[in-house]
Design a protein around this ligand. Structure first.
Ligand code: FPP
Ligand code: MG
Length: 343
């Protein structure tokens, strides 16, 4: 099976190591980790244990990393880097994690990050409430930042997340190829939160509008790249790599870029893939394996890599407004990482 890492891409020759980028904001990331495991809501030890489980399960922490690097890259004076940027990073990861806890209920997922999901280990009711609790923690963080513009941005993100999921739900098992809808849905599900994280630090730093806008565009493009690579890994990666079952999207009737390229290509491959989706054969192991083989052998993977690469490139171009610094370079390297990631 091909992995993304083993496939050609012309973005970067070298594999970007995430830990090198994290090193630049190591102390701040340490504080973010502490905050994430802290029960801000009440002193219920069960909730505290659950929070620890959710956050100890890992996760790449890409979103807080974006917040911290973008905040540093736009800080007028590094010594003024404040607690508020840490809280911004925490709230961005809290919203992300909360949305995944709810997403696992919607997708009836049993495994996330290689561990049993809350809905599987306990039940769906507890998972919904735990997701809500994480959103509540995020609102407390937002209140502590005390910036109405940032409150508005994150309020919009919550709406975008729901709207994105609703669009996806309404398109379930649809084989009509609509790239605009795919993009809008991906902005809602993923890129909106990336964009909030990438430009809110610049707002707190009092940056000029063109800097703020460019960083927002950086996050939007990077978020789109991230979601497309996510859709790709669903086809190319193993469960050991992603911590999620292979072909999960197809099994859930979520038709993404790799399938869309095959469907729009026409011919025998498109007809057979459509049949497997229409008949719901993709709900079974045999059907999903056949669909995955058609996508991999029919060029769906290569075209998806190209599409993701376009967004990665655009994200890097948005950084040209920033003064040169190690943080600016790290943001560019992050685009390479997101493009080449294998998990
Ligand atoms: C993962 O997608 C899911 C998301 C990125 C967002 C999910 C958002 C919600 C469930 C709405 C959140 C609710 C509120 C109240 C804001 P995926 O299923 O493609 O990825 P996966 O394979 O990692 O599960
Ligand atoms: Mg899911």
């Amino acid at each position: 099976m091909k992995s993304v890492a083993s496939l050609p891409n012309n973005l970067s020759e070298e594999k970007t190591d995430l830990s090198t980028l994290v090193k630049l904001v190591e102390d701040e990331m340490g504080l973010v980790e502490e905050w994430l495991r802290t029960n801000l809501i009440d002193d219920n030890p069960f909730v505290e244990d659950l929070l620890k489980q959710v956050f100890l399960a890992g996760g790449k922490r890409i979103r807080p990393l974006i917040v911290l690097l973008a905040s540093r890259a736009t800080a007028p004076r590094q010594e003024e880097f404040s607690r508020l940027h840490i809280i911004l990073a925490v709230l961005t990861e809290l919203i992300h994690t909360a949305s995944l806890v709810h997403d696992d209920v919607i997708d009836k997922a049993s495994v996330r990050r290689g561990q049993e999901t809350i809905n599987k280990r306990w039940n769906e009711r507890l998972a919904v409430l735990m997701g809500d609790l994480l959103f509540a923690q995020a609102s407390i963080c937002l209140a502590r930042i005390m910036n109405p513009t940032v409150v508005g941005i994150y309020g919009q993100v919550l709406g975008d997340l729901c709207a994105g999921e609703i669009k996806q739900m309404r398109q379930q098992f649809s084989t009509t190829v609509d790239w605009e809808l795919y993009k809008i849905k991906s902005v809602g599900k993923t890129a909106s939160l990336f964009a909030a994280g990438s430009h809110s630090g610049a707002i707190l730093n009092g940056c000029p509008n063109n800097t703020i806008q460019s960083l927002k565009d950086y996050g939007l493009n990077l978020g789109l790249c991230f979601q497309i690579v996510d859709d790709l890994l669903d086809v190319t990666a193993s469960e050991e790599q992603t911590g999620k079952p292979v072909g999960g999207d197809l099994r859930n009737g979520v038709i993404t870029a790799p399938s869309m390229f095959i469907l729009e290509g026409g011919g025998k491959n498109a007809a057979r893939l459509k049949e497997l989706i229409d008949s719901r054969a993709v709900l079974e192991d045999g059907g999903v394996q056949e669909a995955l083989k058609i996508i991999r052998d029919g060029g769906g993977v290569d075209k998806t890599i190209e599409l993701a690469g376009d967004y990665a490139r655009k994200s890097k171009e948005c950084l040209s407004v920033l003064p040169d610094s190690q943080y600016k370079s790290a943001l560019a390297s992050l685009s390479d990482y997101v493009m080449n990631r294998t998990c």
